[in-house]
Design a protein around this ligand. Structure first.
Ligand code: FA5
Length: 346
């Protein structure tokens, strides 16, 4: 039996050396050390040995078992290492390979022009302010000198929020213009003030090529001592000349807005014909631009500003319409419908 065991050890070690794959090795291991393996079979004969033989052979058998287990383990490790190396080679990353180009978005034309507007006004000392899109009737109307029963409320059809009205501030509405931020800023900062307020506004309106129910406005407000409409003319001339890159002329006409007195409609000289009259300006030489005027004393009062000491002007223009002029866009709805074929042109 000793010889049998020694032979088994030599043969098995040789066989282990010859295995080419981990599976071959596993098969061999089962064949030798498994429950029905060759070593196990030999060991079954130990019970038939004499009492003197049993301990020696038993010890030898165990030693051989341990040796073989060790050999199997070493070879298995080698296979695993080879496998790992193979895997590493397959998985290596070529850092010099050209990458996959990331899809970049780009800034919407409305935001592009808004940024330009902000930069120009910033350079003239105006801060950019923000306000809530869901507003109270008080801020959207009353504080701006438009009482509940005033016909001027009909100038801006309104989306109301279905909710019980607040005792003092009335119903919640989607703001119809950026003018409520005038009052909010006066309350928060007092005079003097120099701000613009770009923002989204909403009106319950049928849409067409130049009207949408959602659009963007820019409010302007300047309050200080000795402020007049000539400052407004100066600021607007500078602003539009820089935005459109030609020397713009400004024209004031009388207009009506309850929150200014006097109220104005502001036009600027046509950029296509320099004022001589063309198709774009309908042969007038002027482009209608926005509403403006000297801030009404009632509005200053609502904002907590002493109208005896301070006065100023305000304006509000349609940013969306400005973007349309800037890029010759003929339908306002293109700017809000999210069609990438359109947006990607800017
Ligand atoms: C106002 O909203 C006033 N708050 C502006 C103002 C501010 C006047 C401060 C005096 C002092 P108006 O309703 O005219 O005014 O709107 C201002 C601009 O918003 C218009 O000139 C126009 O360019 C734009 N606008 C008005 N309605 C629409 C609409 N449905 N779609 C797109 N743009 C519009």
């Amino acid at each position: 039996m000793e010889q049998q065991l020694a032979k088994l050890q030599t043969n098995t070690i040789a066989a282990i050396g010859k295995t080419k794959t981990i599976n071959d090795l596993k098969d061999l291991e089962v064949n030798i050390l498994g429950r029905k393996g060759k070593l196990t079979e030999i060991l079954k004969g130990v019970k038939d040995l004499t009492a003197e033989q049993k301990p020696t052979i038993g010890k030898l058998a165990n030693e051989i078992k341990t040796t073989l287990e060790n050999e199997f383990e070493q070879k298995a490790k080698k296979f695993k290492l080879i496998e790992l190396e193979k895997q590493l080679l397959e998985e290596k990353i070529d850092v010099t390979e050209p990458g996959i180009k990331a899809a970049f978005g780009h800034v919407h034309p409305l935001s592009q022009v808004q940024k330009e507007v902000e930069d120009i006004f910033n350079s003239m000392g105006f801060s950019v302010m923000d306000g809530p899109e869901v507003e109270s009737e008080y801020y959207n109307f009353e504080s701006l000198n438009i009482p509940a029963d005033h016909p001027a409320r009909d100038m801006q059809d309104t989306f109301f929020i279905k909710q019980a009205p607040h005792k003092e501030h009335g119903h919640l509405v989607l703001r119809t213009h950026t003018s409520p931020v005038q009052i909010r800023t006066m309350e928060a900062s007092g005079a003097p003030l120099r701000i613009i307020v770009p923002g989204r506004v909403f009106r319950y309106e049928a849409t067409d090529a130049t009207h949408d129910a959602t659009f963007d406005q820019v409010e302007g407000l300047m309050i200080d001592k000795d402020i007049s409409l000539s400052h407004l003319k100066g600021v607007l001339t500078e602003f539009l000349s820089r935005l459109f890159d030609y020397q713009v002329k400004i024209r004031f006409r009388p207009g009506y807005f309850p929150f200014v007195e006097p109220g104005l409609e502001v036009d600027f000289s046509c950029r296509f014909c320099a004022g001589s009259g063309c198709r774009v300006c309908k042969k007038t030489g002027w482009i209608e631009f926005m509403g403006a005027g000297m801030v009404h004393p009632n509005v200053l009062k609502a904002g907590g500003i002493d109208s005896e000491k301070y006065q100023g002007w305000a304006f509000g223009f349609g940013l969306t319409r400005l973007v349309m002029m800037r890029y010759n866009i003929n339908d306002i709805r293109h700017l809000y419908n999210g069609d990438l074929r359109f947006i990607k042109q800017f």
